[in-house]
Design a protein around this ligand. Structure first.
Ligand SMILES: Nc1nc2c(ncn2[C@@H]2O[C@H](COP(=O)(O)OP(=O)(O)OP(=O)(O)O)[C@@H](O)[C@H]2O)c(=O)[nH]1
Ligand SMILES: [Mg+2]
Length: 788
């Protein structure tokens, strides 16, 4: 039996994929035209054809699609197009940097600071809460045009750049995830003092997951203790990314006033109000000439490590010309083998324009960022044979991915990335997952929270459609293809809390929760069957706190919340067989369903988030076909709540092999209950364990507190992973169960006279210790016993 997880956006979409059974659909498929063929038909057909022997291949499948060609006009357009994300650890200056970019490119007239004295706030932090707290909560998209100075000289060239400014706080990591999923390149911002921090490491992982090339920007060069070379070493060592400076600072801290471009060996200064005038000079300050030469050589050496052409020239001591050097930096950056490092200070308006030139020079065009879709009309049996490269040609059949939703008062705003073909306002397009046609009533470009209407958009662009109902992760086509983009990684929630409206419950309560859940796949809501409480879960206390606050502000629904609790999971560690009969005879029609099979551990797929699988191995119709999905429903019901402590279950494969039905007494309900009962029965023999979230914690504090801080962490069952001492500060990285982290911020403050800082991110779920499991199970039994 074959499962096609074809057009899944999130793990829940994957879970709902039904097994495909009959080969009789083949005739339906063959007699239906491919254009606007309904996707269930196609899916069934693919399943059916996939089970056919290879010898008949070629005769019955749809012809392999011809790849669209990029025309000269496409190249002209794409060469001047960049889609970039700005990502980094919290507070490194992403929004401040983006504000400068918008100012220098003429998109905004005034610069407003994050938490500035004028109380206006930066353009990209448009939400009231973002402005109040001075942090980015949601990623925001914008676009601008930049007249870039080419490294090889000559007249300026005009580029259009789509930018997504992402939040740094780990609780909003899904915002980074979905931005990087659709962007071609990124600016990794680092603080010139703090360097690589815990979130930098997370963002680095996310960039690697989606193969996003990056240039690095060492910001805050005006701060005391700024040192770009230390940061470059950290990029090499902690992120394991070959890196080298392409600029060195002219002056540091208070004296920072410009950069030396090591590629062209020129000094670049910002002058005039807000650093608007870029002044270039061939004269490098005398005290920097030697350092510049040394760092230029280091750049070439680093490139020689990753690029054969430079390696050959370097070894033969041949001259490396400017065009060769620029081409090598670009080639190795685009190939994700190297990151060029720029320096600057966003707040002091220094070094931003050269960074923008770097974006245009070294980050990929949309045609250089290879993207594949799955042609779900073609069989592959997991071989990947139905993967099709998408080509950003304007005349190609349209393919776009919905990567983010926002629900406003006037309808849903859906951010899309155009991968292939063009889209016009009023056009009818196809949602591959739902198999529905939709008309695009409004097409807009986003400028943070402002929408700017457009008539048409081409491939390689980012825009938004207004008033279209769909889910995040849906693929749209023009109906001539059945291409589906793969899903993105959605981390598991780690904290949950009970919530209820402070006053009487109004429809606003449910409406708000439904909206937040639709917009944010890391925010989940469920009702606890025993306590009847509404439980919300998310990525951290701040994440949930923000939603509770938004309920009050945006829905006029102040809420009362319970204490944050760790979001535990249950899973099994060994296979267990089941032979289970659900039977009930109560006067009228009875209920009968027998199922036979086994459950076994299923490894989580980190890429797709898929954590469960239902496998139908029934032969000879012992369980009638119409009841097979009912058994799966029973299995999914059982997964919602484990019997150890009532936590959701993950990581199980449920295999149905055999069974028995009764002509009169069998029904869907009977088989659903049989599936549920069988699972619960086998669960008791499958060595089930409770899993808890383990967090990666990084603490930075003055060196004199090292002893107490490490002592405190050990008390909390930390596994120390790394410690680093730098000047008069130390950094310790460790892994700690989340349940041992509550109250840590207060303790750290107390231990370090308020000078210590820590950050925390979700790493994984791991089993709790056996004695703790016993205690938890006992406590749960008691709780249930008291209630019943
Ligand atoms: N000294 C100095 N401070 C800066 C610089 N750039 C930004 N800041 C300050 O750093 C703080 C954080 O800036 P943001 O731009 O909000 O940082 P962010 O990376 O967008 O933060 P999140 O989105 O919340 O992760 C603000 O107080 C800025 O004024 C800089 O170049 N030098
Ligand atoms: Mg920000």
């Amino acid at each position: 039996m074959i499962h096609l997880a074809c057009c899944c956006s999130t793990s829940s979409a994957i879970r709902s994929t039904q097994p495909l059974r009959s080969s009789s659909y083949l005739s339906t498929f063959l007699s239906t035209r491919h254009r606007f063929l309904s996707s269930p038909q196609i899916r069934r057909a693919s399943a059916a054809t996939a089970t056919k022997p290879a010898s008949v291949e070629g005769s019955i499948y749809p012809p392999e699609p011809e790849l669209p060609q990029l025309l000269p006009a496409d190249h002209l357009r794409l060469d001047r197009q960049r889609n970039i994300g700005v990502s980094a650890h919290i507070d490194s200056g992403k929004t401040t940097l983006t504000e400068r970019v918008l100012f220098y490119t003429g998109r905004i007239r005034e610069i407003h600071e994050v938490r500035g004295r004028d109380q206006v706030g930066a353009k990209m932090d448009s939400m009231e809460l973002e402005r109040e707290k001075g942090i980015t909560i949601q990623s925001a998209a914008t676009y601008c045009d930049w007249e870039a100075s080419p490294a090889l000289g000559g007249p300026k060239k005009s580029y259009s750049i789509n930018i997504i400014d992402t939040p740094g706080h780990v609780d909003f990591t899904i915002e980074v995830e979905r931005a990087l999923r659709v962007l071609d390149g990124a600016i990794l911002v680092l603080c010139a003092v703090a360097g690589v921090q815990s979130q930098t490491i997370t963002v680095d992982r996310q960039m690697k997951r989606y193969n996003v090339p990056r240039i690095s920007f060492v910001n805050k060069m005006d701060r005391a203790g700024a040192n770009p070379y230390r940061i470059i070493n950290q990029i090499r060592q902690k992120l394991r990314v070959p890196a080298a400076a392409v600029q060195i600072p002219i002056g540091v801290e208070d004296e920072f006033k410009g950069v030396v471009d090591l590629v062209r060996m020129k000094a670049i200064y910002n002058q005039g109000p807000k650093g608007i005038d870029v002044v270039e000079s061939d004269t490098i300050p005398a005290d920097l000439v030697e350092l510049a030469q040394q760092k230029r050589l280091e750049l070439i050496e680093q490139l020689a490590e990753v690029d054969d052409e430079i390696a050959d020239l370097f070894l033969s001591e041949a001259e490396i010309t400017l065009p060769t050097l620029v081409a090598a930096i670009r080639r190795s950056t685009v190939a994700c083998k190297f990151t060029p490092v720029f320096v600057g200070s966003a707040i002091k308006n220094t070094g931003i324009q050269p960074l923008l030139d770097g974006v245009c020079e070294y980050l990929p065009t949309p045609s250089e960022a290879p993207v594949k879709a799955i042609d779900i009309s073609r069989p592959s049996e997991g071989t990947g044979a139905n993967e099709v490269p998408l080509v950003p040609a304007a005349k190609a059949p349209m393919v776009a991915l919905a990567f983010k939703l926002e629900e406003g008062r006037f309808g849903q705003l859906t951010y899309i990335r155009m991968y292939q073909g063009s889209l016009r306002k009023g056009q009818v397009i196809w949602n591959v997952r739902t198999d529905r046609k939709v008309k695009i009533p409004r097409l807009v470009r986003m400028h943070s929270n402002d929408m700017e209407d457009i008539e048409e958009i081409g491939p390689g662009e980012i825009c938004a459609i207004f008033g279209v109902d769909c889910a995040s992760g849906d693929t749209f086509t023009d109906g001539t293809t059945q291409y589906s983009m793969t899903s993105m990684y959605v981390p598991e929630p780690v904290v949950s809390l009970a919530i209820k409206p402070a006053g009487t419950e109004t429809p606003h309560f449910g409406r708000a929760l439904a909206r937040f859940q639709r917009e944010d796949p890391t925010f989940r809501v469920h009702i606890d069957n025993e306590s009847k409480e509404t439980i919300i879960s998310g990525m951290g206390e701040l994440h949930l706190e923000i939603y509770v606050e938004r309920m009050k502000r945006e829905y006029n629904t102040p809420c009362i919340t319970g204490k944050p609790r760790v979001a535990y999971r249950e899973t099994i560690t060994q296979r267990a067989d089941y032979h289970y009969t659900h039977k009930k005879q109560t006067g009228g029609a009875g209920q009968f369903g027998r199922v036979v099979g086994y459950i076994e551990p299923f490894e989580l797929d980190a890429e797709t988030g898929k954590d469960r699988e239902y496998v139908d191995k029934v032969r000879g119709g012992t369980v009638p076909e119409q009841y097979i999905p009912a058994v799966e429903k029973g299995f999914l019901d059982a997964m919602e709540k484990g019997t150890l402590i009532g936590a959701p279950i993950t990581g199980v494969r449920f295999v149905l092999q055999d069974g028995l039905a009764h002509v009169v007494d069998s029904s869907e309900l009977a088989f659903r209950l049989a599936g549920l009962g069988a699972f619960r029965d086998a669960y008791t023999r499958a060595a089930a364990v409770i899993m808890e979230p383990i967090m990666l914690v990084e603490v930075v504090a003055p060196i004199e507190f090292q002893g107490v801080v490490i002592g405190g962490l050990n008390q909390r069952k930390a596994t120390i992973v790394d410690t680093e001492i730098r000047d008069d500060e130390f950094t310790v990285s460790c892994e700690i169960p989340l349940s041992d982290m509550f109250g840590y911020s207060g303790q750290l403050r107390g231990m370090t006279q308020g000078k210590g800082e820590f950050s925390m991110e979700y790493k994984t779920h791991l089993p709790v210790l056996p004695n703790i499991q016993r205690e938890m199970v006992e406590a749960y039994k008691k709780k249930i016993g008291q209630k019943s």
